[in-house]
Ligand binder design. Structure first.
Ligand code: MTE
Length: 320
């Protein structure tokens, strides 16, 4: 595993602390002045770009997650799961340079009035890109905090006018064994697939991410477009999306199909429902080192106030 000790991390790799302090001071003041002020914060309150990729222009500060300290850029982009480029955590950063993200088109079809397709450049132009700092919690009991850039998935879905028959939304990753050499091995069934219930997909916290740390997504993090559903385990956050389909039926999803007793369709972060082979009660924060003590996992990854009502009346042990 690629975990750097604090002594291994160069000063240049550490995110600018002063920028965060400045951001928090601003947000405290903004909170006193009212929520509206938070959403119109000055550019200086945004997380400082890493200086490694192409900057995303005109990012709005959403203020979401301003109380979280992002995991260092090197960990966010160096410790990944992206089986299309290998099953090791450092494989995606090493191998994903073979992926071409321009041109890139996403097809939207299924139960909607105006099926069609949209290019990544259009997506970047047509929707206000905002920064949201979300915790990404993996089913392997580790987590990191990522300053994502993107826009609510619901904003895009509405444009295609889903019909009343659309109960679920399904997502697919690109299949191309030349660009994604890991697909030459049948470690999973390709394409990687994910799905959400319609109300989960339309929830304002559900993000289509186009960037992180103020820059376009690095390939290993799912360029040019990936899903981020902060209250669910990380595998729901499908990368390098090429198809979004509205459907009547619950869609097949990669890990649920692969091992249905281990990975459910919902996959909400839940400290009380263990993975059959390990506990989900505690988690390791990436960046703190292998020997640091673990932290208690929060129900719905800490987003319960916003999303618990989506599941009222459901037995979350059964629908895990
Ligand atoms: N999407 C695709 N297409 N292929 C994958 O292997 N891995 C998932 C998810 N999305 C995966 C994927 C898993 S298991 C996790 S934890 C997150 O991506 C990891 O996102 P990150 O590498 O940006 O931290």
């Amino acid at each position: 595993m690629l975990i750097k000790k604090p002594s291994d991390i160069k000063a240049s790799q550490i995110t600018d602390r002063a920028a965060y302090e400045q951001r928090r001071t601003f947000l405290k003041a903004a909170a006193l002045a009212g929520v509206g002020a938070i959403t119109s914060g000055p550019a200086a309150a945004l997380v400082k770009p890493a200086g490694k990729g192409e900057a995303v222009s005109g990012i709005k500060d959403s203020g979401i997650g301003a109380d979280l300290t992002p995991t260092e850029y090197e960990h966010v982009t160096g410790y990944n799961n992206f089986y299309e480029f290998g099953t090791g955590k450092s494989d995606p950063a090493r191998n994903a340079h073979t992926l071409h993200t321009r041109p890139w088109t996403v097809v939207v079809d299924g139960e909607c009035e105006v099926p069609g397709e949209i290019g990544i450049e259009d997506l970047l132009k047509s929707y206000t890109q905002e920064e949201r700092i979300y915790r990404l919690r993996c089913v392997e009991a580790w987590s990191m905090v990522v300053p994502w850039v993107g826009f609510p998935l619901g904003d895009l879905l509405q444009r295609f006018k889903p019909t009343s028959q659309a109960k679920y939304v399904a997502f697919e990753t690109l299949v191309d064994t030349e660009q994604m050499p890991g697909q030459k091995r049948a470690v999973l069934e390709w394409p990687y697939r994910e799905g959400l219930r319609m109300d989960e997909a339309m929830h304002p916290l559900t993000l289509l991410a186009t960037g992180l740390y103020g820059e376009l997504l690095p390939n290993q993090n799912g360029a040019p477009l990936r899903l981020v559903v902060p209250w669910k385990y990380g595998f729901k956050s499908i990368k390098s999306i090429v198809r979004i389909s509205f459907s009547r039926q619950i869609p097949e999803t990669t890990w649920w199909k692969y091992a249905p007793k281990e990975y459910g369709f919902y996959s909400n972060v839940n400290p009380d429902v263990d993975h059959p082979r390990w506990s989900q009660a505690r988690e390791r924060y990436i960046g703190e080192g292998l020997f640091a003590s673990k932290h208690p996992t929060l129900m719905f990854n800490g987003y319960g106030d916003q999303v618990a009502s989506l599941y009222s009346g459901m037995d979350l042990r059964k629908f895990f």
